[in-house]
Design a protein around this ligand. Structure first.
Ligand SMILES: [Zn+2]
Length: 232
């Protein structure tokens, strides 16, 4: 075991030395004014790194409308779903980015959704201003992938663990399982829509507890990606 490790370290040092020599050679050639050495040809010499998992988050309703909107007695807006979704999406993207994933945040009707191929897509929404509590998640109803079920199982473990929210089973709507995004993306892309809680009964969590909400979403996605990103 130990000898294996030493051998690996030696290999890594050798690789680094070769790369350094290459870089020095290229820099020397460039300073000597040789025009044929471009950054592109240098990139071609480097060993290609494994691709980072591509995670797409949809900031629910972004670029389109406010989603659910709560108002006070005077009719003034106190909380808008799209703002909650955007705040959580930013935090989730930051967490997953730090963990080495390639994360992008899309609008609700982002043109890049057409035929999208990604390692995972999660659309972030929140529910109405009714005084209910709970989250729910759904994947495509029509011909779901085994990976859709794995993603859903991961989210159903991680999200309630981080947020303390219970699953709210009675309000999964046609809009969720026949979600427009499921019909646009490539059928090979595992996807999920998550209603992170009710703006009504879970308003405090969704505004003051966004770190926990984001942790729940990020944990669910990482649980799903783990087998693919694990080193052999
Ligand atoms: Zn929504």
């Amino acid at each position: 075991m130990r000898r294996d490790l030493l051998g690996r370290i030696q290999q890594i040092f050798l690789l680094i030395s070769i790369l350094l020599l290459l870089v020095i050679g290229v820099l020397a050639a460039q300073s000597a004014g040789l025009p044929f050495v471009s950054g592109e040809s240098l990139a071609g010499l480097l060993p290609s790194l494994p691709a980072r998992p591509q995670v797409v988050l949809i900031s629910g309703h972004a670029g389109n409308d406010s989603g659910a909107v709560c108002t006070d007695g005077a009719g003034d807006v106190t909380l808008a779903e799209a703002d909650v979704n955007a705040a959580v999406a930013e935090l989730v993207a930051a967490r997953l980015g730090r963990a080495g994933n390639n994360v992008e945040i899309f609008d609700e009707f982002d043109p890049r959704l057409d035929g999208l191929v990604a390692d995972v897509l999660v659309s972030l929404h929140a529910d109405s201003c009714l005084d209910y509590s709970g989250y729910k998640a759904a994947h495509r109803d029509n011909d779901p992938l085994p990976a859709d079920s794995q993603l859903l199982a991961c989210m159903d473990r991680a999200y309630p663990a981080a947020t303390g929210l219970a699953y709210h089973p009675d309000t999964i709507t046609r809009d969720m399982i026949d979600y427009h995004v499921f019909r646009k993306i490539d059928p090979s892309t595992p996807a999920l829509i998550l209603e992170m809680g009710f703006l009504g009964g879970d308003g405090a969590l969704l505004t003051d507890g966004t770190d926990r909400v984001a942790q729940g979403v990020a944990d669910g996605i990482e649980c799903f990606l783990e087998p693919a990103t694990e080193q052999p």
